[in-house]
Every structure is written in C-alpha cells, then in structure tokens.
Write a protein that binds this ligand. Structure first.
Ligand SMILES: Cc1ncc(COP(=O)(O)O)c(C=O)c1O
Length: 369
C-alpha cells in the first residue's frame, strides 16, 4: 500500500473520542473542545438578513471576494505593514489554511518545527503529507540541535494549549534563525484578539515578512466557527502558490459568509472587545476554582485554555475519562498535545459563570478511580 494511504489508515480521531464521550454523558460540563459559546453579534445577524436578499451564490474568485480581502487588509493592518506586496487568500477556515500551506511547502520526509506543546492537528496534517512535526522547547533551541529536514517554523501564539504569548525579543530571535536556515515561517494567529493584558501579540511578520505566512480565522476571534472562513496573509509570491492547493481542495469558501463578513468586519471591534472581556472573566473564574481546589495552574496570557498539572500526576487520558464518567466534567488530556502525560487542557471559552460554579461543586467531590 502506498505510504500516504497507510498514513490515513493509521490516523485516529483522538480529539473527537473524548468529545464524543463527553457529548454522550448527560449534563456534562464541556471544557474539552476548543469552542467559544457566546451570543453572535446582533449586527452580524442583521447583515446576514440583508445579504441573503442580494446574494447570488455564485463561485468566488480564487483568492476570495475582493471586498472581503480589502476589508481584511484594514482589519489586520498592524500585521501587514511590513509586507512588500501583501496578498490574502480566503480559506475554508483556519484548518484548510494550515493544510494548504503545509502541502505547498512540504515534500515527503520533511519536517515542521514547533513549540513543545502543540495543537494536535499540526502533527496529523504532517502525517497525512508523509512529513513529521518536531515539537521542541523553542525558546532554548539552537540551529545545531535540529534535524536538517525542517522546512517550516510554526509559531502559534496566543498558544493552544498553553495560552502563552511570545515577547518580541523571542520572535526576533526566531526570525534570525528562520533566515539562517531558510525556513518558511507559519504564524498561526487564530487567537490573536484573545489577549488579556492590554498588549496585543506581536507578529512574526514584523521581523521576517519576506518568509512569513499568517493564518487567521473567524472561528475564535469573532466566535463564528460554523461559518468556516479563514484567511492567510503573506507576500503575493507565497500566497499565489498556496492558492493553487486551496483552490483544488475547496473550489471556493462559502460566498454568503464572505460577503457578510466584508460588510461586518469594519464594525466588529466593539463586539471583539466585549468578547475579550467575557473570556477574561471566564479565565479568571476557572483559574480561581482550580487554584482553590488544589490544582497548580497559572492564568494564560491569551487564547481560551487553562493548561493545568493534574494533582497527583496520574495519566492524563484515563484521568479525563474518569472525570467525565464520575464527575460530569470534560477536558482534553495533555498527552494529545505532546509529551505531557500529567497535564490537562480545560477550555473556558464555552463555560458560563454558572457552569464554572457547578464545575467547582463537581470537582470538589471528584475522586480519581
Ligand atoms: C491553534 C489553532 N489553529 C487553528 C485552528 C482551526 O480553526 P478553524 O478551522 O475553526 O478556523 C484551531 C481551532 O481550534 C486552533 O486551536
């Protein structure tokens, strides 16, 4: 059997297995999948109603609807300022953006270098492309420690699962390494509006624009995962190549939502601020609960997760299964994100303050069996 087909057969739905177990447990408090549960902006709803009357549902151009691209250039202006010839490709969500980008740059046997804790689909996409994901302590990395097949440096911040935001000096260091080693830099910035002290994360494109592609999405920053709209910013010469792959994966992303976003985005900032405030409230509430219940955890700087050490250092997958079964609380086992057998990731994005209160009651009486 060809290697690519074998890689598909060998892959499992690991994130989904926990989610399905949680979904099948009545009244489970769902802190497993990366989701935000928050009312959609009423202006977005009004704009959808207006748009539906004039929508023609035709195919969109290869790069996406020009009005949306223009709007995105204003929306993400600070990230784009260093590009020589900035271009943008609209994709079917962040996931398709990642897949198309990796496919454009990787040959079988190549590798992606990323931080030690990483969003599980990175490794799975790499495997589908017969490539590998190298998870290392990036802050300590030296060029001499690295395997030669690295083609992509993948930076995700605010990070899923750790919530870390990397300081500009670290980004500068990685940009220098990327130049020395001739890596493409992929910045997964899908949480870049979810930061909790007043400074937004800096972009790798500020330090090495000539080799950086920025992946974005409406799923987290705008709390609209179901519309499946993502985008990639980069130099035109790079975007042109990724567009060839994406075009042959998805003839074009959903035109109704491209059109609606194009008119909505200029008015989205107030909603984003409100959403960020609410996420911060949920982060603080869940953090305080965990600390009160004896969990060592620090509040994340961004994103929607608490990355916590399991008290007693028991294996993460069986701990989470037990917590779902016995306490009706779900989470994601740390082992899905790398070599983190004694950690779990709690997503606070979908938990109301009432859920968090109930979470504490249940956690208090939970005994791992
Ligand atoms: C780090 C990261 N990147 C990309 C994505 C993909 O987002 P989407 O495909 O919903 O745009 C997610 C979703 O959870 C994520 O956490």
């Amino acid at each position: 059997m060809p290697q690519a087909v074998e890689n598909i057969r060998a892959l499992n739905f690991d994130l989904r297995e926990i989610a399905e177990m949680a979904a099948a447990t009545p009244n489970c408090i769902r802190a497993d999948l990366g989701r935000i549960n928050y009312p959609v902006d009423h202006r977005f709803q009004q704009m959808m109603q207006r748009q539906i009357k004039r929508e023609t549902f035709d195919y969109a151009p290869t790069y996406g609807i020009p009005e949306l691209i223009e709007t995105l250039h204003a929306f993400d202006r600070p990230q784009l300022r260093r590009y020589h010839t900035p271009a943008t490709l609209i994709t079917s969500g962040g996931q398709a953006a990642l897949y198309a980008t990796f496919k454009t740059w990787l040959n079988p046997g190549d590798a992606i270098l990323t931080d030690v804790a990483a969003y599980p689909p990175y490794g799975r996409i790499a495997r589908l492309l017969d490539a590998t994901l190298e998870q290392r302590h990036l802050r300590k990395i030296q060029s001499s420690d690295l395997p030669p097949k690295i083609k992509i440096l993948l930076i995700n911040h605010p990070n899923n699962p750790t919530g870390q935001i990397y300081p500009p000096s670290t980004l500068q260091h990685w940009a220098t390494m990327a130049r020395q080693n001739d890596w493409l830099v992929v910045e997964d910035a899908v949480y870049d509006r979810m930061y909790y002290d007043d400074t937004p994360p800096e972009s790798m494109a500020s330090f090495c624009p000539e080799r950086t592609l920025i992946i974005q999405s409406a799923s987290k920053n705008l709390a609209l995962p179901g519309i499946r709209i993502g985008w990639i910013h980069g130099e035109e010469s790079h975007i042109r190549q990724v567009a060839k792959v994406h075009r042959n994966m998805n003839s074009c992303p959903n035109t109704f939502f491209q059109n609606t976003l194009a008119i909505y985005l200029p008015q989205a900032e107030e909603y984003i601020r409100t959403l960020r405030r609410e996420m911060k409230r949920r982060r603080d509430a869940l953090h305080d609960v965990l600390v009160r219940q004896g969990w060592p955890v620090t509040p994340p700087e961004g994103a929607i997760y608490l990355w916590a050490d399991i008290p007693g250092k028991v294996p993460s997958a069986s701990f989470v299964q037990s917590m779902i079964r016995e306490a009706g609380i779900s989470a994601m086992p740390g082992s899905l994100f790398g070599d983190f057998e004694h950690k779990v990731r709690f997503c606070f994005g979908a938990l109301t303050l009432k859920d968090i209160h109930l979470f504490e009651e249940r956690l208090k009486s939970f005994v791992y069996v």
